[in-house]
Design a binder for this molecule. Structure first.
Ligand code: HEC
Length: 106
């Protein structure tokens, strides 16, 4: 019985830490970030009636644009155009947001 407990503990410690720590963006985390940081200006999800700002592309428009690949979106977010504020996003946040936006186009 004691060995069983030790094995369980070892398994818990050695478990991979989850998708958000991998190199790939996590679209679910990106959606959460988008609702928190981007929804003031962009339409970021289907259950958002409209964005506060007119003339800002919705995330669906961005996802539908074949030029906006995940890498392009990430580059933009690391160094946004003057019209959009630099939100000081971390690299994992950028990856998650880019993965989320691209996932909307599928
Ligand atoms: C204060 C308003 C505002 C906020 C907040 C904001 N954006 Fe933007 N965003 C804009 C505007 C305005 C543009 C259009 C920029 C331009 O055309 O030069 C834009 C453009 C973009 C584009 C490029 C679209 C394209 O086709 O070139 C992406 C990607 C984007 N935003 C993602 C985000 C993400 C992700 C967030 C949240 C972290 C965010 N934005 C938060 C105003 C905002």
């Amino acid at each position: 019985m004691r060995w069983f407990l030790v094995l369980c503990l070892a398994a818990a410690v050695l478990m991979p830490a989850g998708p958000s720590l991998s190199a790939q963006g996590d679209a679910g985390a990106g959606e959460h970030l988008a609702q928190q940081w981007c929804a003031a200006c962009h339409v970021v999800s289907e259950n958002q009636a409209n964005a506060a700002t007119i003339g800002v592309p919705s995330f669906f428009d961005i996802a539908a644009n074949p030029d906006m690949t995940e890498a392009k979106i990430a580059t933009f977010l690391a160094d946004p155009h003057p019209k959009m504020p630099d939100m000081g996003l971390s690299n994992p946040q950028i990856r998650d947001l880019a993965a989320y936006i691209v996932s909307l186009g599928r």
